[in-house]
Design a protein around this ligand. Structure first.
Ligand SMILES: CC(C)(COP(=O)(O)OP(=O)(O)OC[C@H]1O[C@@H](n2cnc3c(N)ncnc32)[C@H](O)[C@@H]1OP(=O)(O)O)[C@@H](O)C(=O)NCCC(=O)NCCS
Length: 432
């Protein structure tokens, strides 16, 4: 018995999707590795990784495909929250989110409907707990639209030649301390949690996440140096350097910034300046940044900041339309009526998100209710498109241009753009 699953079972059994039992946690973690092409072989690095990830799993929110003598699939939810678009001048509100993760079906059992069953079980659990939205990061962007998820927030990576990085608008001075791991573990979570409320799309980080991030195990450094933690009162930057640079031959290191976060654009500009001015370097690569990177506008020569890539990170699925739309903030004002279509993988009457909804919203708050008889809709759209509009990063007019939103009343798209788009753009800077 590999999994400690259905003991006493004699002949082959039909695989079932069921909740994990607490004593099955080690088998669950090994099962998760299979679909992600990293089978457990007992290597010390794998064992160390499994130990650090153990603290992340919520054992009462994990599901498996049980074949009777082993697991052939898995999924789990992290009880998270995520920042939402704010009203003008306010910090971003947060909303509880079912963070869907560790989803996989083993190659021996794929395309038999187990993902569909896992998603239905996880959504039912999230609804029972009153989570108004679910969110995930998709390994393939084609998978989750059928379950109602829409692309909601990105991260960007930039690269710049540090010797061509003069600012036209100077950054303010900043005092930073180079902290060791234990000091960083003490201080960074507090700064992060304040800072993430400056943008929509940012999920919270559990203590387990911080432990894993700052453990900085050598096999996870990608051949780079150990991490530096440069920390100030209002922000921090975590960075590494390329190794094996021969300074005697004029080689210059590349700095890889894994995270740069400040409470304001001024603090972030000062953190950028700090890494750009490091000695012995020639290039700075900065990861997990927003798509609307403010530092571009500070550079004397903005073209030097090259965009290496933009990744679609957070996908959002609305579970409770009223709670979702009443919790976010609005920078515009108006009444919008949405005709929301059920996703392809229907969950029947359990799914209350589709239907015709009336949103009355403005800077002072919002109310959302089902439309009454005769109230016509402004826009018709699928549930994934609602997830995309909800975080405020993508205008309804853009989705309409892609055929994902239909304008039913002239002016509906302009109204939706004015009401729902948020600035700064959402960013999803934490993997889960
Ligand atoms: C993605 C994965 C979980 C799908 O599991 P599965 O049990 O084969 O999926 P299901 O049989 O329930 O499929 C449900 C539907 O999604 C479709 N689908 C599933 N995976 C797909 C993929 N990768 N590409 C395109 N369509 C996919 C199926 O064709 C099916 O469509 P239908 O409803 O029209 O028949 C599985 O292939 C896997 O584990 N992949 C590797 C790990 C991974 O990418 N996990 C997702 C992490 S975010």
């Amino acid at each position: 018995m590999t999994t400690g699953g259905t003991c006493g079972q004699t002949g082959p059994m039909e695989p079932v999707v069921r909740r994990l039992r607490p004593e099955e946690a080690p088998a669950f973690r090994r099962s998760v590795m299979v679909p992600f092409l990293d089978p457990f072989a007992g290597d010390p690095d794998q064992i160390a990784d499994l130990e650090t990830s153990a603290s992340k799993t919520e054992l009462d929110r994990a599901w498996v495909v049980d074949t009777g003598d082993r697991f052939a699939g898995n999924g789990a939810i992290y009880s998270m929250d995520v920042t939402l678009p704010s009203a003008p001048g306010q910090a971003c509100p947060t909303i509880p989110m079912a963070g869907v993760s560790a989803v996989g079906v083993h190659p021996t059992h794929r395309r038999r409907g187990f993902l569909r069953q896992l998603m239905a079980a996880m959504h039912a659990d999230a609804r029972n707990r009153g989570e108004a939205i679910a969110g995930l990061e998709a390994s393939e962007s084609v998978i989750y639209g059928r379950f109602g998820y829409g692309h909601a927030a990105d991260v960007a990576e930039y690269s710049i030649d540090s010797r061509a990085s003069a600012f036209a608008v100077p950054a303010p001075p900043i005092d930073l301390v180079l902290m060791d791991r234990d000091q960083a573990l003490d201080v960074l979570p507090g700064i992060f949690d304040r800072q993430r409320r400056t943008r929509a799309g940012e999920v919270n980080r559990s203590p387990g996440y911080w432990t894993r991030l700052l453990a900085d195990r050598p096999h996870r450094r990608g051949g780079l140096s150990a991490s530096f933690h440069a920390v100030g009162d209002e922000g921090y930057v975590l960075y590494r350097a390329t190794r094996e640079t021969n300074v005697f031959q004029g080689d210059r290191a590349t700095i890889v910034v894994e995270e740069l976060r400040g409470d304001s654009p001024e603090v972030e500009a000062a953190l950028w300046r700090f890494v750009l001015d490091l000695d012995l370097i020639g290039r700075v690569d900065v990861r997990r940044r927003p798509v609307d990177e403010p530092v571009r506008w500070r550079l004397a020569d903005p073209r030097q900041l090259r965009t290496i890539g933009v990744e679609d990170r957070l996908y959002v699925r609305i579970l409770d339309t009223v709670a979702a739309f009443e919790t976010r903030g609005y920078q515009g004002e108006g009444r919008l009526v949405l005709d929301i279509l059920a996703p392809d993988a229907s969950e029947g009457s359990a799914d209350e998100a589709p239907g015709r909804w009336v949103l009355d919203a403005g800077p002072d708050g919002a109310s959302c209710r089902r439309a009454r008889e005769g109230e016509g809709a402004d826009l018709r759209l699928g549930l994934p498109a609602v997830g995309s509009l909800y975080m405020g990063g993508f205008p309804a007019s853009l989705l309409a241009a892609g055929g994902r939103v239909e304008e039913l009343r002239a002016g509906g798209l302009a109204l939706a753009d004015a009401l729902l788009v948020t600035r700064p753009s959402p960013r999803s800077g934490t993997g889960f």
